[in-house]
Design a protein around this ligand. Sequence first.
Ligand code: NAX
Ligand code: ADP
Ligand code: K
Length: 507
Amino acid sequence: MRPVLLTWNAARVRAAEEPLLAAGAPLMAHAAFALHVAVARELRARRGRVAGAVVVVLAGAGNNGGDALHAGALLARRGARVLALTTAQRWHDEGAAALLAAGGRLRALVPDAVDDDAAQVLAADVVLDGVLGIGARGGLRGPVARLVEAVAAARPDGDSPLVVAVDVPSGIGVDDGTRAGTVLDADLTVTFGGAKPGLVLPPAAWAAGRVEVVDLGLALAGPADVASLGPDDVAALWPVPERAAHKYARGVVGVVAGTRTYPGAAVLASSGAALAGVGMVRYVGDAGDAVLAARPEVVVGPGRVQAWVLGPGVSPDDAAQRRRVQRAFDGVLHRGEAAVVDAGALDLLPERVGPHVVLTPHAGELARLLAQHGVDVERTAVEAEPLRWAREAHDRTGATVLLKGGTTVVVGAHGAVYAQSDGPTWLATAGAGDVLAGVLGALLAARVDDVHEDPSLAAALAAAAALVHGRAAHRAVPDGPIVALAVAHAVPATVAELLRATGTLAR
Ligand SMILES: NC(=O)C1=CN([C@@H]2O[C@H](COP(=O)(O)OP(=O)(O)OC[C@H]3O[C@@H](n4cnc5c(N)ncnc54)[C@H](O)[C@@H]3O)[C@@H](O)[C@H]2O)[C@@H](O)CC1
Ligand SMILES: Nc1ncnc2c1ncn2[C@@H]1O[C@H](COP(=O)(O)OP(=O)(O)O)[C@@H](O)[C@H]1O
Ligand SMILES: [K+]
């Protein structure tokens, strides 16, 4: 299983490259060699051999183009028919010379015949996207932008040719995960020295395909800029009961969710918490009958808790539930109880809280929350720059922020940032967020003391909850429609599988 994927901003990668380049390390040769090995492997898997394969290299002006041209040269030496289309006024001289010496061809894109060039690209077995790398400023422009648009339009299902992005898909926001204009969606990204944030952050990450990191021996020290937890990491974060454990020691979650008229959210949030493994779930509200019918182990009524799940299904006109949410916030502010703040509780959030409070908005809710703090931003703008706005919400509230979406972004204390893409798109269904809130509540209840000791842990737990939630959806129904309660029911087996795989067993 995959361990955590760490990513570093362009400036940090460059800084780490510098001493090696100064010492004469052949980084580009190394990068290009690894790139050609990956492409050769894909070609062999697809068509049996490299010789005779048609390879188109899109080569920009910089070193990214140099990597692609050198890899093209190595493929040409193995018998591939390689054509490089240069996309700028200049190109990497050494890379171009190597390609020509190996029998490859090179010519400039024809601005007036973009459709002809697009046809060439579409007829290839593989395309190397080496237009822009970490030196990109903004998106693709000019003829290459039109070429990529034409190719994308003719390749709606991401079919042939295989697209391999060199270092990053050209034109993505390398550090912030934005997508300015058209990007050629890759099947595979071969990235050098260390992964980049844009390869895991939405929406750019969706253009990266599978990501392979080529180790260049860079000393990338200190915390990563953005991390993406893998299944391996969850076992270390998950609270596995000790032999001496009892239910109170394992943590109690208090759920303030749902109403008598809308009990569903209460059931889903309570189920998420109970099935994630917690000492006890207390439900506080008017939907106790429905909760007990679904989950007889839940205790209905107030009492001491370590963490709250506040807000799923709490409507603005339910004064009683809103009072209960506010009472819970007293415990959060004065007794250090942790909390997951979702949906209807978001507009009751105190002005300033700590990172032991995790907000779980989707993009629309985040826009509304920011509006409460005087920041005017539309939902679509949040979707275009999730990291930026999740960070803004963290800075303004002090809370850890888990922004839900196709890729979930978490921003927490001490610069902790995670991006998780674990769930199927079927997960975008009513009530799925309520289950996630419950699962996260269970983790916070069990580990609230650790969170107070290391506030950035709340972000890691939020990322772990998103990972388990996403994998539970896959397990509930592989490749098909799911309902929220089925996701909750798949959580125990999902956790068991992750713990087993790492040899972490309860004592
Ligand atoms: N420093 C090194 O020796 C290494 C660099 N490597 C490669 O080098 C890349 C970085 O190379 P560079 O610094 O040359 O940068 P890039 O190759 O990303 O591109 C820089 C060039 O593109 C132009 N440009 C920037 N944004 C543009 C836009 N939106 N439209 C059109 N043109 C634009 C710039 O003016 C410049 O000429 C990495 O991504 C990686 O692929 C690897 O070979 C590993 C070693
Ligand atoms: N395109 C998508 N692909 C995968 N997961 C998604 C996608 N869109 C949303 N999700 C996930 O689905 C869940 C939906 O939660 P939410 O919007 O809160 O719904 P609800 O409030 O009805 O429970 C979240 O976990 C979110 O990350
Ligand atoms: K590229």
